[in-house]
Design a protein around this ligand. Structure first.
Ligand code: GGG
Length: 354
């Protein structure tokens, strides 16, 4: 389901590299976009700030100016990665979680597809459709003393509205794919109220009056999340579109990335009704930050996914074809894929193919 292509004279792209290797892979994605040339409108870039590192320097993780430029002066964006600490830091809140909410980017669409003979084993071709605004990521957590020690509580929010719209998105995506299957991932056997509402709402999507029967040919399956992970590793071929609440979707897509050889290959878009933001699935990878060996392919593929979502199919396809060729030839790869090449060398190889 792509955003309608309006006739644009230019495409304004907000670049938010944020932390760690985000600052290495977003420039790579920018170069790939620039290489596409006449198949997309003239490009205008805005360099924007966000991230934990910014917070440590300035006390702000997501400046109002970043949000304003994304809202008012950008058609789309590319986000790199953020490295939030694992402990509570006063005044800090994850900028990526906030941005998804601020821009109402309710769907995190994460296609995981192997190229050629999959070094990870069986061929994989699935899409994780992750609800992006609710679940435990509403971050309503409290901690209170109790007689037996401190007690921490979190609110898990699942609404019918958000479940319905992510369900519709999953069906729309399935409709465009050969297998036309949606699998709802949940844990309703334990969380019968929250996951129960998610499951029940999505099961009802094909019968909604406004849907008018258009999903009648989409096969609807469901799977308990723990068994879904087990089966994902043993039989990835049973999945086509997996639709999940925020936390399960986050975990499942990293797990699925393992099946195609590296997190450094898996792209995503955060999509809403009026805005789309490409974002590699990987994090900020502090262990390799600054070494020049980060895999740029997930970010480059995220740019391609973003273009296609905006209606620039040909531009997106050209980038993807170039990336796939580089992977299949196997000569210029970063160390996460068993290669010895640098980020810059991989980018050069992709640019030549585009
Ligand atoms: N590009 C995905 C990414 O940055 N992943 C790391 C992540 O989820 N971080 C959450 C956070 O640090 O707030």
């Amino acid at each position: 389901r792509s955003m309608a292509t309006t006739a644009r004279r230019s495409l304004r792209i907000g670049l938010v590299p944020a932390d760690g290797i985000g600052r290495e892979v977003i420039p790579a994605a920018k170069k790939a976009l620039e290489a596409v040339g006449s198949d997309i409108p003239k490009l205008e870039f805005h360099d924007l700030l966000a991230g934990f590192e910014l917070f440590t320097r300035t006390g702000t993780a997501l400046p109002d100016e970043t949000i304003r430029i994304l809202r008012e002066e950008s058609d789309c964006a590319l986000f790199g990665a953020v490295s939030s600490p694992s402990r509570k830091v006063a005044g800090y809140s994850s900028p990526i979680v906030a941005l998804r909410k601020e821009l109402d980017l309710y769907a995190n669409i994460r296609p995981v597809k192997s190229v050629g003979a999959n070094p990870g084993g069986k061929p994989v071709d699935l899409v994780v459709v992750r609800e992006n605004t609710e679940c435990l990521y509403v971050k309503q957590e409290t901690i209170v003393p109790s007689e037996t020690g401190r007690e921490a509580r979190a609110t898990r929010l699942i609404t019918e509205r958000a479940s319905r719209r992510i369900g519709k998105m999953a069906f729309e995506i399935a409709l465009q794919r050969a297998r036309k299957q949606v699998t709802i991932i949940h844990k309703s056997n334990v969380l019968s109220v929250t996951d129960g509402l998610f499951r029940e709402t999505i099961r009802a999507v094909p019968r909604l009056p406004e849907v008018g029967g258009k999903y009648d040919n989409v096969r609807l399956e469901e799977q308990i999340v723990d068994s879904a992970v087990y089966r994902l590793f043993r039989e990835p071929e049973i999945y086509d579109v997996m639709v999940a609440p925020n936390l399960y979707g986050d975990i499942l897509s990293d797990a699925a990335a393992a099946l195609v050889g590296s997190l450094g290959l898996v792209p995503s878009i955060n999509a809403g009704e009026h805005f789309v933001m490409g974002e590699p699935v990987h994090g900020s990878a502090p262990d390799i930050e600054g070494k020049g060996i980060a895999n740029p392919l997930a970010a480059i593929r995220s740019a391609a996914l973003m273009l296609r979502h905006l209606g620039y199919q040909k531009g997106g396809d050209r980038i993807d074809a170039a990336v796939n060729q580089v992977i299949e030839e196997g000569e210029v790869l970063t160390p996460d894929l068993g290669g010895r090449s640098s980020t810059d060398e991989v980018v050069e190889a992709v640019l030549k193919k585009i």
